[in-house]
Design a protein around this ligand. Structure first.
Ligand SMILES: Cc1cc2nc3c(=O)[nH]c(=O)nc-3n(C[C@H](O)[C@H](O)[C@H](O)COP(=O)(O)OP(=O)(O)OC[C@H]3O[C@@H](n4cnc5c(N)ncnc54)[C@H](O)[C@@H]3O)c2cc1C
Length: 321
């Protein structure tokens, strides 16, 4: 299974060189969380970021968010699938999920990783699976399907599959990552298409040739792309917990008279619930990304390595057990 070697993207925590002691600690944490014994014993740690392992638990989490004034996007956890049968099982899991959303009548759409539905096997196969998910979503209250963005080895293929799906239905949109040097051109392309974009900083370790590495630059790029999407894009999803960025985007929207129903803030399940509540109270639209399922190691790894405090907390909890 392909694995990214992400380190922190926070300016409080500059990226560590691979032989740095903190990198070795992070690698040790990753090795540990891959083991079945760890996963059985330490699901309680992942629970902060994951709604549960079943569809029913995911529905309960979304219902609670809806009651607090937020919508959601549900992600069936998994990535980097290399067997066709597993990709088809993931596609079928989305059918089950979309049916449950209809039955429970909750306010949510879904997010899909293309490598979970076959992108590493064959692009046409992934597109066929994505189209099947889009068809299944078509009768839902919110038929939109978001394509999560993964590492740069699959950026081009992901955007190609997106555009092919978009040619048939507008209910699909990509994620663009502000840390990538290519992103201004991708933002322009989505503006030209009128497609709905989620803008995030980017969560995968990428080389300096492809991605900005320092937080002030990433933040500057993020703000620039967010402003373009707010002014000329189609209902962008502003996905960040960065208070400085959120404040700057609120100010920009106010100055330019951009109405609160023309965009939404997006945050991750279990991350900065204080900001989630504040934005709702201020009258902004807020969508929470809610992952669920049993394949949580990759997602959990990205969340704990994003912040050294999380990795240390995880290590301390493990040592205490
Ligand atoms: C809705 C949503 C969808 C996303 N989809 C994608 C995607 O498709 N592809 C992709 O590459 N990335 C995705 N990301 C992740 C994103 O790229 C960043 O890695 C992540 O959001 C952290 O960056 P930040 O903007 O929150 O800023 P940061 O500077 O990293 O964080 C700002 C503050 O948020 C809090 N915080 C952030 N992360 C954590 C954490 N893990 N644990 C605890 N507190 C934390 C801290 O208080 C921190 O100071 C998504 C993020 C969101 C919110």
């Amino acid at each position: 299974m392909k694995r990214s070697t992400e380190t922190s993207t926070s300016d409080f925590t500059p990226r560590a060189a691979p032989d740095h002691p903190r990198s070795r600690r992070v690698v040790a944490v990753l090795d540990l969380i891959q083991t079945p014994a760890f996963q059985r014993r330490f699901f309680f740690l992942a629970k902060r970021f994951i709604a549960g392992e079943t569809v029913a638990q995911a529905m309960d989490a979304v219902a609670a968010l809806n009651a607090a004034g937020m919508s959601a996007t549900l992600d069936f956890l998994g990535e980097d699938v290399t067997a066709a049968a597993e990709a088809e099982r993931t596609r079928d899991a989305y059918f089950e999920l979309l049916a449950a959303i209809r039955t429970r009548n909750v306010e949510t759409n879904v997010s899909v990783k293309l490598t979970a539905i076959g992108l590493l096997i064959d692009e046409d196969f992934a597109l066929a699976n994505l189209r099947a998910v889009l068809d299944a979503a078509a009768n839902n209250r919110d038929p939109f399907v978001r394509i999560d963005m993964e590492g740069t080895p699959v950026t081009d293929a992901t955007l190609r599959v997106f555009e092919r799906a978009y040619a048939q239905t507008k209910n699909v949109g990509p994620v663009l990552q502000a840390y990538l040097k290519r992103t201004p051109a991708d933002v322009e392309r989505t503006v030209e298409l009128g497609a709905r974009v989620r803008l995030c900083k980017g969560a995968y370790a990428e080389p300096p040739a492809l991605a900005y590495q320092d937080m002030p630059t990433i933040r500057r790029q993020y703000l620039r792309e967010a402003e373009t999407l707010l002014e000329r894009g189609n209902y962008p999803g502003i996905a960040t917990h960065d208070e400085r960025l959120i404040t700057a985007i609120e100010a920009f929207a106010r100055e330019r008279d951009i109405a609160r129903d023309r965009f939404e803030f997006q945050l991750l399940y279990g991350v900065r619930p204080d900001i989630q509540r504040r934005l709702v109270a201020e009258g902004y639209r807020v969508r929470i990304y809610v992952p669920y399922g049993t394949h949580w190691a990759g997602y959990f790894y990205r969340r704990i390595t994003e912040r050294p405090e999380n990795a240390l907390f995880a290590l301390r909890s493990m040592l205490a057990h």
